[in-house]
Design a protein around this ligand. Structure first.
Ligand code: ZN
Length: 380
């Protein structure tokens, strides 16, 4: 696609900034907690209406436990490009009434505005502006908006993976990294629970009869943290330690909650057997471990880098400098990248403080990021 179209797209989006901010306000002010189907469905219906206004064909994928997912399709080109947006936020119902969307110093604040309703607004306006300029996408575009990303995508993962397998590329509109960097890699996330069982006894009268699960837990915690290799990007964190009932009772049981992060599948393959195969230091204690890799790593591979380079060259046409980085946090991009589909993440707006009350979107970045997405849809 020639330079001229890219510049026209950017200009049309800049002209739409106020409207984009109003849409962000509207969407932010509808609560959408992952774990609250009633509210989630209300959000999903409101967004379905917006996609229809934009000329997309919308399918609502109903779910009886989680909120309904949306699949918006647009364009009739050869092949498919998948755009991923999650509609859910980490905020409970009622939060938006307490802290409605507000603008201050060019920043838009509100629950979920940055993570990731800003990304949804970008997708809506990328499509709207391309349509308005009579520019069709090179491939058919499928925008999948799921309702359960913040809780690990239990019901949407199969949908995401099915659509990804049909796609030549996946664009994930999660918030950008610091300074607006796009994300070419994300660590994989493992979750494990260790149960340690010893024997309870009176800590005064029968100390020697007891077998302390708390003492065993101490050995295991040190061993687990020693599996961390910061140079490699592998971290093991025992974030939960629970043991014992009373100060004067030798602890019978201990539970450890473990978070594992890895940059590569190779690292996962090496460390996970060590976690699952933990051995008791005290032979009288039993140690059992359950858990798995919840999200595989999105590796910084050639496929993802090539997609980033395309985005960067489109950005150059538009006078927008784009850099790349990665993060220890997972997203739905982990699933699609692990299937071997080129994946580019962090296309959402600039901003900061996701999952905190200070969360904000830098409003001037909304049209720029939407323009890069639109440019990608013209070229992919
Ligand atoms: Zn997110």
């Amino acid at each position: 696609m020639e330079n001229g179209s890219h510049k026209r797209v950017l200009q049309a989006l800049r002209d739409s900034q106020e409207e984009m901010v109003r849409t962000l306000e509207e969407l932010t002010n509808i609560d959408s907690p992952s774990t609250d189907k009633t509210h989630m469905d209300r959000f999903s219906a409101a967004l379905a209406a917006k996609w229809k206004e934009n000329g997309a064909t919308v399918h609502t994928i109903e779910h009886d436990k989680y909120g309904n997912h949306l699949k918006a399709e647009w364009g009739d080109g050869e092949g498919q490009v998948l755009v991923l947006c999650h509609m859910d936020t980490v905020w409970a119902a009622g939060e938006t009434a307490k802290r409605p969307f507000r603008v201050e110093d060019g920043k838009g604040y509100g629950p979920g505005a940055y993570d990731m309703k800003g990304g949804i607004v970008e997708a809506l306006y990328a499509v709207k502006v391309l349509s308005g300029l009579g520019l069709g996408p090179k491939s058919r575009v499928v925008v999948l908006c799921n309702s359960d990303e913040e809780i690990g995508s239990p019901s949407s993962r199969p949908l995401i993976e099915d659509e990804a397998r049909k796609s030549k590329a996946v664009l994930v509109l999660e918030p950008s990294a610091q300074g607006g960097s796009l994300k070419t890699w994300r660590k994989g996330v493992g979750m494990f629970e260790v149960t340690i069982r010893g024997r309870a006894a009176h800590a005064g009268a029968d100390y020697e009869k007891g077998v302390s699960a708390a003492q065993e837990a101490a050995h295991q915690i040190l061993h687990l943290h020693n599996l961390t290799d910061l140079d490699e990007g592998t971290t093991v964190n025992v974030g939960i330690v629970r043991s014992g009932t009373r100060r004067n009772v030798v602890a019978e049981e201990a539970i450890l909650g473990i978070d594992l992060r890895v940059k590569t599948q190779e690292a996962a393959n090496r460390v996970i057997p060590k976690i699952l195969g933990l051995k008791a230091v005290d032979p009288r204690v039993s140690v059992s471990v359950k858990g798995e890799l919840n999200r595989p790593p999105m590796e910084r591979n050639q496929r993802n880098l090539a997609l980033f380079q395309l985005a960067r060259s489109i950005g150059q046409d538009m006078g927008i400098a784009l850099s790349e980085s990665g993060t220890g946090g997972g997203s739905d991009g982990n699933f699609t990248s692990a299937l071997g589909i080129p994946t580019l993440d962090g296309l959402g707006p600039h901003g900061d403080d996701a999952h905190s009350t200070g969360e904000y979107v830098l409003l001037s970045s909304l049209p720029e990021r939407a323009a890069v997405i639109a440019g990608l849809l013209l070229n992919l």
